[in-house]
Write a protein of this length. Structure first.
Length: 271
């Protein structure tokens, strides 16, 4: 039946992919396979079956540590480090998520910020510029991947255009899109050449459209173009995410540096 096929094929595959993606994100964020290992262990050994109190406490502590890492993004290695950091956050009124975003600049053992790892304000421009460029590149390559036209260059005239089986549109990121239609290949429209095209482009395009093998060529090349530009878009998106993460980390380090300096000043005034 259709609903059985839907449940066993579409829903099952979507659920598996969703659960797998969630597991990868959680393990990446906490820096440990403990969440996955615990869930697999529960299939065979129930929590109540662990009778040794020391081992049971150790498992509970590890679960609490992983929950702390996941919630605040702080890679504390032991539960005691997490407790000390929580007390420090409560005492200084510094958010734990800010410490987590600051990354390696904050020493979890000494509960101090290394000033040498805090970037200068001018350095923030570099990941910001890279992020903007990569976002634009991701959008551009995604648009090409979604297009059903081929992005080609005519060798004889070096004209770059979008070519389909019915029209050729001049490649222009901005401005008016000049187009030559297949129907304009008649002798009556030979002189009506849109702006931006070379005088020989119409003749070349009409020759391409008259080729009977054009349909087969499109059926092969369009999927190849989509796959190529889609892979490139994914790569650019990944680098954009990395640039965003770096910019976010640097901003957090500078904000944390300001808060730590204020705490030092307040402590000096009290003393």
């Amino acid at each position: 039946m259709d609903w059985i096929s839907f449940l066993t094929r579409d829903v099952a595959v979507g659920s598996i992919l969703g659960v797998s993606a969630a597991a990868l994100i959680i393990c990446w964020r906490v820096g440990s396979l403990h969440p996955v290992n615990v869930r697999l262990l529960r299939f065979f050994i129930a929590k109540d079956e662990v009778e040794d109190p020391i081992i049971k406490k150790s498992l509970a502590d590890q679960t609490a540590l992983v929950s702390f890492r996941m919630t605040h993004g702080v890679k504390a290695r032991t539960l005691r480090d997490a407790q000390k950091l929580s007390e420090f956050s409560d005492r200084t009124n510094i958010p734990l998520d800010l410490i987590g975003r600051a990354g390696w600049a904050f020493n979890l053992k000494t509960l101090a910020l290394n000033p040498k790892r805090v970037p200068h304000g001018a350095w923030l421009a570099f990941p910001g510029i890279f992020l903007l460029v990569l976002i634009l590149a991701t959008a551009a390559f995604s648009a090409v991947a979604a297009s059903s036209s081929l992005l080609v260059s005519l060798k004889a005239t070096d004209t770059l255009l979008w070519l389909s089986q019915e029209e050729a549109r001049l490649f222009r990121p901005f401005g008016e899109k000049s187009t030559i239609d297949k129907t304009s290949c008649g002798a009556g429209n030979a002189d009506a050449l849109p702006d931006g095209f070379h005088q020989n482009d119409r003749k070349i395009l009409c020759g391409i459209w008259s080729d009977p093998a054009l349909a087969d060529h499109f059926s092969k090349k369009v999927p190849e173009q989509r796959a190529t530009f889609l892979v490139a878009a994914v790569i650019f998106a990944w680098y954009a995410f990395m640039s965003f993460s770096l910019l976010r980390e640097w901003l957090a380090q500078r904000e944390l540096s300001v808060l730590m300096d204020e705490i030092k000043i307040e402590s000096a005034n009290v003393a």
